[in-house]
Design a protein around this ligand. Sequence first.
Ligand code: ATP
Ligand code: MG
Length: 366
Amino acid sequence: ASSPSKSYNITLLPGDGIGPEVISVAKNALQLVASIEGFEVAFEEMPMGGAALDAVGVPLPDETLNSAKKSDATLLGAIGGYKWDKNEKHLKPETGLLQLREGLQVFANLRPATVLPQLVDASTLKKEVAEGVDLMVVRELTGGIYFGKPRGFSTDENGQEIGFNTEVYAAYEIERIARIAFETARKRRGKLCSVDKANVLEASMLWRKIVTALASEYPDVELSHMYVDNAAMQLVRNPKQFDTIVTNNIFGDILSDEASMITGSIGMLPSASLGAAGPGLFEPIHGSAPDIAGQDKANPLATMLSAAMLLKYGLGEEKAAQRIEAAVLDTLNRGFRTGDIHSAGHKLVGCKEMGEEVLKSIDSKT
Ligand code: ATP
Ligand code: MG
């Protein structure tokens, strides 16, 4: 168990729409598992996104970024909504999120896709294929073709309009994402699949070389390589073969969305964004869901599971993380469902009640 003197600062960014509802529930869970495991958590709640735009005129106030930088980890709800959709770029809630990622230098995005036995029917795949899927996509987030130069529009020698982009990866960028992936695989089932297009693209050839060279430092992790076209196919053909997948920015963008659809329940999926040393950023993959905001209908489990990732990957408090994960499963086993995952024979509850049931599950397992 942890020493009782250990104490962490956590920045909470409730944001917009359902964000405040799901953050309030996750905060209670963090508080409870901390007290059980014997460490302290101090929360600092800061404005971000549309809420910050309305309050102080920018989507990411300096005080908010500073709080996130000096805390041990940040938990974000969701940002955005119809109200700000027509704003200029620098006054959009989403710009605040990009600034936050940049400010924290989080270059690794971790997105698990887990098919829970209780929710196997939500999967877009056949039951036999979906059952037992438990994988993690580690995506490079700050480099590659989305940022590479030169880029732009021009005309070619025939006067045809052209658009062009460049995929650039430096060795250090590949090495640091690969390290996070090896370490993630080590905390999971010890299997890492690196996805690239090394038969065609130079950036991928370097990717494969660097990842392969690093493998000797992680003898306990079994490394394999796959071309991205095959990986996209294997994800729907036999997703159970994967444990941890590591890939570049654009392939990861596509494959992590593909993987999330295997689970079929957006209200259940957490994510983590990590840097080399500084604090990580943890958030559900869903958006602010303005259609159900303020109605106590949101599923808080994606945010609770993001809080569990915060404990595991952000603070190294694995036992506390497991307590939340186990309680989420127990609550589902006891039949509680929010609207997005509800089906006949289950108890339909709102966001608050779902949160309270998870707290009861945490309590009952101590
Ligand atoms: P983004 O804001 O990232 O662009 P989006 O607008 O594509 O996301 P969401 O805001 O995630 O999408 O909402 C998509 C749909 O899923 C909506 O109908 C929303 O109500 C539903 N939804 C999203 N998150 C949840 C949740 N936690 N619980 C219940 N329903 C949700
Ligand atoms: Mg949206």
